[in-house]
Design a protein around this ligand. Structure first.
Ligand SMILES: [Zn+2]
Length: 89
């Protein structure tokens, strides 16, 4: 099996849910700002997507490395649950 085929086989398999660590959503600290990049794949593939700068550039469609183009800075805001929006204190 080629390396590429082995990669996609593993990517599709994932792990069973008990193999992932428990994460308390309230303890996750997000950065206040970050960079989002518009990445494009080859003309042959045609895929394009926004990726968080610093994360993988591997194309979800063909498995090759995507090319980064424009970059924009984003500021993150905390997710506000719907009940807080409807009933502000
Ligand atoms: Zn691709």
């Amino acid at each position: 099996m080629t390396v590429e085929r082995e990669y996609w086989k593993k990517a599709q398999e994932g792990f069973s849910v008990e193999n992932y660590p428990d994460v308390n959503d309230d303890e996750v600290e997000f950065p206040e700002k970050g960079y989002i990049t518009y990445a494009v794949c080859s003309r042959e593939c045609g895929n394009a997507e926004f990726i968080v700068d610093g994360s993988t550039q591997i194309c979800d469609r063909c498995g090759r490395t995507m090319f980064r183009t424009a970059v924009a800075e984003y500021r993150f805001v905390r997710h506000i649950p719907a009940e807080e929006l409807l009933n502000p204190s």
